[in-house]
Design a protein around this ligand. Sequence first.
Ligand code: AP5
Length: 218
Amino acid sequence: MNVILLGPPGAGKGTQAKRLSERYGFAHLSSGDLLRAEAQADTDLGREINSLLEQGHFVPDDMIISIVLSRFAQGGDGYLLDGFPRTLQQAERFDAALASNGRRIDAVLSVVVPDEQIVERILGRRSCTNCGAVYHVQFSPPQQADVCDACGGALSDRSDDTRDVLVQRLNAFHEQTEPLVNYYKARGVLHKIDGARDIDDVFADFCRVIDQVAGVHS
Ligand code: AP5
């Protein structure tokens, strides 16, 4: 089963993807994490990606499609895609690539959160510089301020989590990614999730939909 998580920045895609992967054994494929890893390389490509991310601009479709497809080339099903696709061109080319291998997307979970809540979530996010675990100063705080519960690493802000860059990221989402809702609705795989609730309640909804799609009645 291959599942896509669709939603604005700060919708909780990464938070839920981690839990879903633990429960269902999905391979979690986060386009943002893949790009941040590439951006650390001291190369022209690394610097180009870093600059785009810091301004909240999407990387070119060709670039992200090739990165994601190289992961998919290993074959098999059971992927949870977090942050990809996020343009119509990415969605169409991804569908075509999957179909040519007899594979498909089984469910697209579209997480809906109003922009006002997004601002609060993004500005309060802290991530572990060592293991990548994600916290929120108010909604999901670590036991000790600025220290990761999981590994003891230091917590820090993401460089694109500023008010100014967030405006650009939200605009990009509304203009380029939201049209995917109708694209996947027309293909009969879209499920809307109200993401403006407690993390556990949102997770329960995700599980309900995935169990339903998988034909497991819990
Ligand atoms: P990416 O890393 O994918 O960023 P994003 O889509 O902006 O999403 P975020 O990671 O910011 O948020 P999230 O939804 O995962 O929320 P989280 O769970 O952390 O991409 C980064 C950049 O890479 C993009 O801007 C773009 O430049 C580029 N890029 C990536 N993919 C691309 C593509 N396909 N094409 C082109 N460019 C691409 O939660 C956020 C906070 O809220 C946390 O603090 C969390 O603890 C808290 N929280 C989560 N859920 C709840 C809840 N229910 N209630 C209260 N708090 C909550």
